[in-house]
Design a protein around this ligand. Structure first.
Ligand code: HEM
Ligand SMILES: *[C@@H]1O[C@H](CO)[C@@H](O)[C@H](O)[C@H]1NC(C)=O
Ligand SMILES: *[C@@H]1O[C@H](CO)[C@@H](O)[C@H](O)[C@H]1NC(C)=O
Ligand SMILES: *[C@@H]1O[C@H](CO)[C@@H](O)[C@H](O)[C@H]1NC(C)=O
Ligand SMILES: *[C@@H]1O[C@H](CO)[C@@H](O)[C@H](O)[C@H]1NC(C)=O
Ligand SMILES: *[C@@H]1O[C@H](CO)[C@@H](O)[C@H](O)[C@H]1NC(C)=O
Ligand SMILES: *[C@@H]1O[C@H](CO)[C@@H](O)[C@H](O)[C@H]1NC(C)=O
Ligand SMILES: CC(=O)N[C@H]1CO[C@H](CO)[C@@H](O)[C@@H]1O
Length: 323
C-alpha cells in the first residue's frame, strides 16, 4: 500500500521534472502525429522551387544549435537588429533556410496549433534536407522548447571560423558535447552549398609573392579558385564547397580533402593534421562509416542546450517571442 504511493509519487515527480528534458522520437505521437510528414511536404515543395533550401536549412540548424542551443533562437527577428541572426556571421545564412522553417511552421500550426516548437521543426527539416540530397535517413529526437534569448552579441566566439586550426575546432565542438569524430563527420555537411570568396581568399593570395599562400591546396585547384575569386572580387560571389558533387550528400568532401581540394582552411586541416587524418581517410574510402558517424553527430547536435520548463515556450511565430 505504502510502496504503491511512493511509486506513484515518484512517477509524478518524474513526469514533472523530466518533462521536456528527455527528447523522444515519438514526442508528438498523440499531440501532432503528422508533424513529420507536414514538415517533409513543406521542405519538398520548397526544394522543388530552389536547391538552396538544402544547404541553407542544414547550416541554419548548425548555427542555431551552437549559439544558445537547439532552440530556434536563430529564427528571431529583432526590430533593433541585435538578434542572433543579425551578427556579422549571418550575411551568409541564406534566407531560404529561414523561409523553410517559417513555411513549415505555418503548415504545422494549421493542423496542431500551439503544440510543435520551431526548434523541433528546424531539426526535422534539417534531417529532411539531408535525405533529399541523398544522405542517410535517421529518426529525429523531438520535444525541444523555443528559447527566450536571441542576441547578436552571443554569436562571436561560439561559431567556428574557416581559419580555425584543429585544436580550435575541437575545443569549440567539445563545448557542445561533440567529439573530434563528431566534428569531422559534421564538417561533411560541406559536401553541399557555397562559400563566399572572402572566407578562403587568404589561402590564394599573398600580395608580396606570386606563389599560392597555402601549400596544402592542390595547385590546379588554387588556379581555378584564383580565377573564380580574383582579388577585389564582388563580395557576393560564392563557389561550391564540394567542387565535384555539389548537390549530393556523399563522402566526396573527404575525397577532396585527400586530394588537396578542400575549400576552407578548416576543411583541409582535417586532412593535413595527423590527429584527424585517419578519420578523413576512413570517411573518404567508406561512405557507410561517414553516414553512420554523421547520423550520430546530428542527433548529438540536436541535444545541445535544449530548453525545458520556464527556459522556453512554444512560439506561435518562429521569428518572434510570444508576448
Ligand atoms: C567545422 C567548422 C565549420 C566551419 C569553420 C564552417 C564554416 C563555413 C563557412 C565559412 C561557410 C561559407 C559561408 C558563406 O560564405 O556563405 C560554410 C558554409 C556551409 N556550412 Fe559550414 N562550417 C563548419 C561546420 C559546419 C557544420 C557542422 C555544418 C552542418 C552540419 C555546416 C554546414 C554548412 C553548409 C550546408 C554550408 C553551405 C551554406 C550555403 O550554401 O548556403 N558547416 N561553413
Ligand atoms: C514542382 O515544381 C513544378 C514546376 O516547377 C510543379 O509543376 C510541381 O507541381 C512541383 N511539385 C511539387 C510536389 O511541389
Ligand atoms: C518525405 O516524403 C517523401 C514522399 O512524399 C518520401 O519519399 C521521403 O522519404 C520522405 N522523407 C522523409 C525524410 O521522411
Ligand atoms: C608572402 O610571401 C613573402 C615573400 O615570399 C613571404 O616572406 C611571406 O611569409 C608570405 N606570407 C604568407 C602569409 O605566406
Ligand atoms: C594538374 O593538372 C594537370 C593536368 O591535368 C595534371 O597533370 C597534374 O598532375 C595536376 N596537378 C596536381 C597537383 O593535381
Ligand atoms: C566500411 O566499414 C565497415 C565497418 O565500419 C565495414 O563493415 C565495411 O565493410 C566497410 N566498407 C567498405 C566498402 O570498406
Ligand atoms: C553537455 O552534457 C552535459 C551532461 O549531459 C550537460 O549537463 C550539458 O548541459 C551539455 N552541454 C550542452 C551545451 O548541451
Ligand atoms: C541577411 C541578413 O540578415 N544580413 C544582415 C546581417 O547582419 C548585418 C549586421 O551585422 C546586417 O547589416 C545585414 O543586413
Amino acid at each position: 500500500m505504502k510502496a504503491w504511493r511512493v511509486l506513484c509519487f515518484a512517477i509524478v515527480i518524474f513526469m514533472v521534472v523530466g518533462r521536456g528534458e528527455q527528447l523522444a522520437q515519438n514526442f508528438y505521437s498523440s499531440s501532432c502525429p503528422n508533424v513529420e510528414s507536414i514538415v517533409n511536404q513543406t521542405v519538398f515543395t520548397k526544394f522543388n522551387q530552389t536547391f538552396v533550401t538544402i544547404p541553407a536549412t542544414l547550416r541554419l540548424f548548425f548555427h542555431d544549435c551552437f549559439v544558445e542551443g537547439a532552440d530556434a533562437s536563430i529564427m528571431i527577428s529583432s526590430p533593433n537588429g541585435d538578434a542572433e541572426k543579425d551578427a556579422p556571421d549571418n550575411i551568409s545564412l541564406a534566407g531560404d533556410g529561414f523561409d523553410t522553417v517559417i513555411k513549415a511552421k505555418t503548415a504545422v500550426e494549421a493542423v496542431c496549433p500551439g503544440v510543435v516548437s520551431c526548434a523541433d521543426i528546424l531539426a526535422i527539416a534539417a534531417r529532411d534536407v539531408v535525405v533529399l540530397a541523398g544522405g542517410p535517413f535517421f529518426n529525429v529526437e523531438l520535444g525541444r522548447l523555443d528559447g527566450l534569448i536571441s542576441k547578436a552579441s552571443e554569436v562571436a566566439g561560439n561559431l567556428p571560423e574557416p581559419s580555425n586550426n584543429l585544436d580550435q575546432l575541437n575545443a569549440l565542438f567539445a563545448k557542445n558535447n561533440l567529439t573530434q569524430l563528431d566534428m569531422i563527420a559534421l564538417s561533411g555537411a560541406h559536401t553541399l552549398g557555397f562559400s563566399h570568396c572572402s572566407r578562403f581568399s587568404n589561402r590564394l593570395y599573398n600580395f608580396s609573392s606570386s606563389s599560392p599562400v597555402d601549400p596544402s591546396m592542390n595547385a590546379n585547384y588554387s588556379q581555378q579558385m584564383m580565377q573564380a575569386c580574383p582579388p577585389n572580387v564582388d563580395p557576393r560571389i560564392a563557389v561550391d564547397l564540394d567542387p565535384v558533387t555539389p548537390q549530393t550528400f556523399d563522402n566526396v568532401y573527404y575525397k577532396n580533402l585527400v586530394a588537396g581540394t578542400g575549400l576552407l582552411s578548416s576543411d583541409e586541416v582535417l586532412f593535413t593534421n595527423p590527429a584527424s587524418q585517419p578519420t578523413v581517410n576512413d570517411f573518404a574510402s567508406n561512405s557507410s562509416d561517414f553516414f553512420a558517424a554523421f547520423v550520430t553527430a546530428m542527433i548529438k547536435l540536436g541535444r545541445v542546450g535544449v530548453k525545458t520548463g520556464s527556459q522556453g515556450e512554444i512560439r506561435k511565430d518562429c521569428t518572434a517571442f510570444n508576448s
